[in-house]
Design a protein around this ligand. Structure first.
Ligand code: GLA
Ligand code: GLA
Length: 675
């Protein structure tokens, strides 16, 4: 069954309104709602006094319309009585100051007292709803994140370090604490990397980031254990935040969940762009799908979207309004990339609170308008096509490696003020996405055998096991792409004791002879040497230039300026049955768009379909039956040319081979006819 619904806050509205809300939801095709993830103060109005009666009534009204319920554990918004009584529960920021009450997620994830209160509310809720026929699963907390620097975390960090290192001597050696006389003689002397301490030891800082991530993973696990024990029939998930959020290791957070869920907001007030770049949400979705391997299938597991944009976003300011058709289009984009459920955030716009301007499907007055009508149309389509889509899999031949160790290390030391790991990653992703191929975003330890092309942007920190994984992949015939700053660090965030790219040198067949970190506005030029790579004008290199020395590799492109003019910038190396491309600089769009076509050719990966710019093509497989999604992200009618005959799942019509039009912001969901 394909789940379709909304995030609903009945506690925000008078009870008399609930039946009408439920009726309108059912009319729009909703079969699921998420409830209660911010309702702790109403579920436990005083310490130890629980009130589920109101929630029971809300669920009964929804269930009467055939709507199922996902419950949120309410721990992301602790009630004022709790935080006022125990001020030491407040999370401490990296500047050493505690957060104060007034937003949400104010708590320290390691505080044992917060754990006690969490255990109690979750146990009560789970006990109350374990056998409720309308409840199908749980979302734990809400969008885990942040790092806490409180004294409880300091002590927990010391315990974490004791587990990780054989001895304090071992830690001192790996972090290099001899530098500036930081040699620790007792675990308790080890500080947290507070901003008041200035630039920290990189080894300490990275371990603290890992520890902070593990803290939320452990806090989540505590809740999972309660739910698994009490509600064995229910699924357990969490709503993650796509690709951009970078303070938790999402692979670790995803592992114990039944499936990943995430929150998809293509237009927020934080990025007021006139045009949405659809590759952003595509990357987010591919990242979320790659967090958990699909049992037996070797590829990423499908996900739920627990919050899909329903209207303009807004806290202090209001985002650009989603244009007509965009809400439906973005929902289909998520489905094309592996969504098994779409819930819109939120049902109705709140009249009060921080998110007073975060628009739901209904406006303040609760009268159905343009956005409701659009989602109602989508709901009817999902009713028709959902069963054919549900459970079908995305099967990419291209993978990108997301390394949280590298991402954290580059947060601590950007290397160049203009360098951003997520932006670099996205630039490479976008060039491949524009070629209409499917991409998985996976962990560097993942089984790479399903893929032909693997791109590892700025794989800064490389362990022996990751190096071995990459070697296996290339030796067996894969094409691997590595970029600047690869292999620089060991697992303790110390620089390796060998020529760069360190453990990856043999694979790449190059040495980084030296490098140049470029100031803003300064560029070098690139000249392709391979005849199959030509551009009308030379691509630009900026931010960083690795000056390469060949060690078995051949030159793909060289620099054209400065004292290293003529030296290799991009190389190609045969290793076993496969090949490795090293790109030692940050290029412009032209460079990546040019390389993408060439790399896909090298790896023998074909595009799904020829489609114009702004038209996205994706594919899911129901067994051996192919589903093709064509998404027109532009404001103009476009054309695509189909290579075989299909059935249009949204209107049931037959679609012939050949060129067909696709209306502005419209979507085609096509099922390939049996051949
Ligand atoms: C100063 C200090 C050195 C070193 C350099 C480079 O000169 O005295 O110890 O820190 O800056 O930062
Ligand atoms: C996140 C949260 C929601 C809400 C939306 C809109 O996704 O999970 O509770 O705050 O953003 O801001």
């Amino acid at each position: 069954m394909f789940y379709f619904g909304v995030d609903y806050y009945p506690e925000n509205w008078p009870e008399e309104r609930w039946p009408e809300d439920a009726r309108l939801m059912a009319e729009a095709g909703c079969n699921v709602v998420r409830l209660a993830e911010f309702a702790w103060a109403k579920l436990e109005p005083q310490e130890g006094h629980y009130d589920f009666a109101w929630l029971d009534r809300a669920i009964a009204i929804l269930a009467a319309q055939g709507i199922r319920v996902v419950l949120g554990t309410p721990t992301a918004s602790p009630p004022p009585w709790l935080m006022a009584r125990h001020p030491d529960l407040f999370r401490v920021r990296e500047d050493g100051r505690p957060v104060t009450f007034g937003n949400r997620r104010e708590y320290c994830p390691n505080n044992p007292l917060y754990h006690d209160y969490t255990r109690r509310i979750v146990t009560q809720m789970a006990g109350h709803y374990a056998h409720h026929p309308a409840v199908i699963g749980w979302q734990i907390d809400n969008e885990f994140g942040d790092r806490c620097y409180c004294p409880v975390c300091a002590a927990a960090f010391h315990d974490w370090l004791r587990q990780r290192y054989a001895s304090l001597d071992d830690l001192n050696r790996r972090w290099g604490t001899i530098f500036w006389s930081h040699v620790y003689s007792d675990w308790s002397e080890i500080p947290l990397p507070l901003t008041t301490g200035g630039s920290p030891n990189p080894g300490l800082a990275l371990d603290f980031y890992r520890f902070a991530s593990d803290s939320y993973v452990a806090y989540q696990q505590m809740q999972i254990d309660i739910l698994r024990r009490q509600c064995p029939r229910h699924f357990v998930t969490h709503n993650l935040m796509g690709f951009k959020y970078d303070r938790l290791n999402y692979f670790d957070l995803a592992r114990p969940l039944d499936f990943v869920s995430w929150d998809n907001y293509p237009r927020t007030q934080w990025s007021m762009q006139a045009k949405v770049d659809p590759s952003q949400a595509a990357l987010a979705a591919d990242t979320m799908r790659g967090l958990k391997p699909c049992p037996d299938k070797g590829r990423g597991q499908n996900f739920w979207v627990l919050e899909q944009q329903a209207g303009p976003g807004g806290w202090e300011v209001v985002s650009v309004a989603p244009r007509p058709g965009e809400l439906r289009l973005w929902a289909y984009q998520a489905i094309a990339h592996g969504a098994e459920a779409i819930l819109f955030f939120r049902w109705r716009t709140a009249r009060f609170g921080t998110e007073q301007y975060w628009h739901g499907l209904l406006d303040y007055d609760a009268c159905p308008g343009r956005r409701y009508a659009e989602i109602k149309r989508l709901g009817a389509e999902i009713k028709k096509a959902g069963a054919q889509i549900s459970g079908s899999l995305v099967r990419p031949c291209v993978a990108m490696l997301l390394s949280y160790d590298s991402r954290f290390a580059l947060q601590i030391q950007a290397n160049n003020p203009q360098f951003s790991y997520p932006d670099h990653f996205h630039q490479l992703y976008r060039a491949l996405y524009h070629r209409h191929v499917l991409i998985d975003v996976v962990d560097p330890h993942a089984d790479l055998s399903p893929y032909r092309l693997v791109v590892a942007p700025a794989l800064h920190l490389v362990s022996g096991s990751v190096a071995a994984n990459l070697q296996r992949f290339v030796a067996a015939g894969g094409v691997l792409v590595l970029t600047l700053r690869a292999g620089v660090k060991d697992e303790s965030n110390a620089v390796v004791n060998q020529r760069l790219p360190g453990l990856l040198s043999d694979l790449c067949g190059v040495e980084v002879e030296e490098y140049d970190s470029l100031p803003p506005g300064v560029q070098n030029g690139l000249e392709f040497v391979l005849p199959e790579l030509t551009t009308a004008h030379p691509p630009a290199a900026s931010v960083w230039c690795d000056v390469l020395k060949l060690n078995g590799a051949t030159v793909v492109a060289r620099y054209t300026q400065d004292y290293y003019a003529g030296k290799p910038a991009i190389t190609l190396h045969q290793f076993g049955q496969g090949r490795v491309v090293y790109v030692g600089t940050v290029g412009d769009t032209l460079l990546y768009e040019t390389l993408a076509g060439w790399l896909l050719g090298l790896a023998g990966v074909r595009r799904l379909l020829a489609a114009p710019e702004g038209v996205e093509v994706a594919e899911r497989w129901q067994g051996e039956r192919r589903l093709l999604f064509v998404l027109n992200h532009t404001e103009r009618e476009q054309e695509v040319t189909l290579d075989c005959c299909y059935t249009d799942l949204l209107d049931g019509s037959a679609v012939r081979k050949g060129t067909i039009p696709i209306a502005p912001r419209d979507v085609l969901v096509l099922q390939e006819n049996e051949r």
